[in-house]
Ligand binder design. Sequence first.
Ligand code: SF4
Ligand code: SF4
Length: 77
Amino acid sequence: MAKGNVHIVVERCKACGFCVEFCPTKVLALSSVFNSKGYHPPHVVNPEKCSGCDLCGMYCPDFAIYGTRVVPVRGEK
Ligand code: SF4
Ligand code: SF4
């Protein structure tokens, strides 16, 4: 599976949970901390499972999260 990273813009999040629900590999969970608006943003619980597919970014209504694929270095698998 392609490797990726997920980036969370904590202060934009309104804790709808879409990213947690729709991540196909269950990378995310809502955290117990609050952002300055009083919402619980997601945090990464399974970073090694992130493919960088950006489904979380497509579902987020607040542009608070996005996934990026890691481009493999030539010669690596
Ligand atoms: S989809 Fe966006 S607004 Fe909803 S919990 Fe995830 S990061 Fe927050
Ligand atoms: S980029 Fe894809 S695999 Fe990574 S957290 Fe977002 S939905 Fe999950």
